[in-house]
Design a protein around this ligand. Structure first.
Ligand SMILES: Nc1ncnc2c1ncn2[C@@H]1O[C@H](COP(=O)(O)OP(=O)(O)OP(=O)(O)O)[C@@H](O)[C@H]1O
Length: 225
C-alpha cells in the first residue's frame, strides 16, 4: 500500500527541472540516481525546504503540500526526519544535548532516549561535543537525533558518504538494527547499488529530474553481483 505519494514539478534558477512522480510503501525505499539527477531536491521538497511550482505530496493520511489548494505545511510540522550528508550537529551542544534537541518537537513517544542510545552505542560519548567525535560517531548521533524526533518518514541523504568502507559497514549494521527494531518508513538516497541491495525493498531510479524506473532492487538494478 502506498504510504508516500509524490508528484512535483520544480525548476531551479539554473534551469534544472525536476518533474517526478512516484509512490512508496512503508518500508525502505531507495532513491537512486547519478550525481545531479535530483535526489536531494526530492528530499528538500518532501521536507518542505523547497516549494514545488506545481505538485502534491502526501504522507500517510496527511497532505504535506498541494499547490492547487495553496497548502504548504512548514517543515517543523511535517514530522519527517532528515539526515544530511554532513551531519548538521549543533556544535555548541554535547551529544546528549543534540539528541535531546531532536526530542523537543517529537510527535510520537515511540522512540525512547535510553533505547536509542543503547542501540546506537552512544552511551560513552554523551558528554562530548561534536568536534570530539569521529565521523561514524557523528553519523550515529545525527541518526539518533532524527529518530528521537519521532518521524513518520525518515530521509537519509547519502548516509555513508565520507566514511571509509569498514565504517560504512558498521553504520549499515546500525541502520539495519534501527530500521528492523522500529520499522520507520524510510527514503534512502544513494548512488551505490550495493547499499540499495542491502537496505531497500523498493527502488525509484531518477535520471535528469525524471523517474525512469521503479521496482525491486533486482528489477531496477539487475541481480546483485
Ligand atoms: N540551490 C540550487 N540552485 C540551483 N541549482 C541547484 C541547486 N541545488 C541543486 N541544483 C541543481 O539541481 C540539479 C539536481 O541537484 P540535486 O542536488 O537534487 O542532485 P542529487 O541527485 O542529489 O546529486 P548528488 O548525488 O550529487 O547529491 C543539479 O544539476 C544541481 O546543480
Amino acid at each position: 500500500m502506498d504510504y508516500l505519494s509524490f508528484h512535483c514539478d520544480y525548476t531551479y534558477t539554473t534551469g534544472f527541472r525536476l518533474d517526478a512522480r512516484f509512490s512508496a510503501g512503508a518500508g525502505v525505499t531507495a532513491l537512486f540516481g547519478a550525481s545531479g539527477s535530483g535526489k536531494s531536491t526530492v528530499l528538500a521538497l518532501i521536507a518542505g525546504l523547497l516549494r514545488p511550482t506545481h505538485g502534491v505530496i502526501s504522507l500517510g493520511d496527511r497532505t504535506l503540500t498541494e499547490t492547487s489548494a495553496r497548502l504548504h505545511l512548514p517543515p517543523e510540522d511535517r514530522r519527517v526526519g532528515l539526515l544530511f550528508q554532513n551531519h548538521c550537529l549543533l556544535p555548541h551542544l554535547t551529544v546528549r544535548g543534540n539528541l535531546e534537541y531532536g526530542m523537543k518537537r517529537r510527535s510520537s513517544g515511540r522512540f525512547r532516549f535510553d533505547e536509542i542510545v543503547g542501540i546506537l552505542e552512544l552511551g560513552d560519548v554523551l558528554t562530548r561535543q561534536p568536534h570530539e567525535l569521529s565521523g561514524g560517531q557523528k553519523q550515529r548521533v545525527a541518526l539518533g537525533r532524527a529518530l528521537l524526533s519521532g518521524p513518520e518518514l525518515l530521509m537519509l541523504d547519502e548516509p555513508f558518504s565520507g566514511l571509509d568502507e569498514p565504517l560504512q559497514d558498521r553504520i549499515l549494521e546500525y541502520l539495519r538494527r534501527v530500521l528492523s527494531e522500529y520499522r520507520v518508513p524510510t527514503l534512502l538516497v544513494t548512488h551505490t547499488p550495493a547499499h540499495v541491495h542491502q537496505l531497500a525493498g523498493h527502488v525509484i531510479h531518477l535520471d535528469a529530474g525524471r523517474v525512469i524506473a521503479t521496482g525491486s532492487p533486482a528489477e531496477v538494478l539487475g541481480a546483485r553481483s
